[in-house]
Ligand binder design. Structure first.
Ligand SMILES: [Cu+2]
Length: 162
């Protein structure tokens, strides 16, 4: 029955591949982190790298988390010599087969109306909403004030898909 057993192995391999396909998403979030905030602070910021493995561009249109009353997608720009930040109209573009980096002094997810200060060593859940990829839930670790993300070796931060 050699022929039959070879078929069985092939069928088993095909079945094993199904769960992996079901969980794949075009958007993956790498190294999310938030900066610790001083006590009394009402705002904070979240940074990350968003990778898009799809051949179609996507767009980060919103975010939600229990740690703050409002979350906005912001950019920072120097206008007339002054660093200003504003909400990005229509959301943040994530290029096809590319990535966008959210980092201090640039793009970030703004936490407005923080309920408690963000303490280094803590982490909190956050859900990102993409135009095409839908909701992506991540866990955001909080790093000390002045922390550089390159110095830390945070893993995927407990990423999972909705
Ligand atoms: Cu901001």
């Amino acid at each position: 029955m050699r022929h039959f057993s070879q078929f069985t192995i092939v069928a088993a391999l095909m079945l094993a591949a199904v769960p992996a396909l079901a969980q794949s998403s075009s958007v993956q979030v790498d190294k999310p982190w938030a900066q610790a905030t001083p006590s009394g602070a009402k705002t904070g910021a979240v940074y990350m790298t968003i990778n898009n493995s799809s051949s179609a561009a996507d767009r980060l249109t919103g975010a939600s988390s229990d740690v703050a009353s409002t979350l906005q997608i912001h950019e920072m720009k120097v206008v007339d010599g002054v660093m200003k930040m504003r909400q990005i109209p229509g959301g943040l573009a994530v290029p096809a087969n590319g990535a966008v980096v959210l980092k201090p002094g640039s793009y970030h997810v703004m936490l407005i109306g923080l309920k408690n200060p963000l303490k280094a060593g803590d982490s909190f859940p956050l859900t990102l909403t993409f135009e095409k990829a839908g909701n992506v839930s991540i866990t955001v670790p909080v790093q000390g004030m002045g922390a550089k993300p390159e110095d830390k070796s945070n893993s995927m931060g407990g990423m999972k898909m909705n």
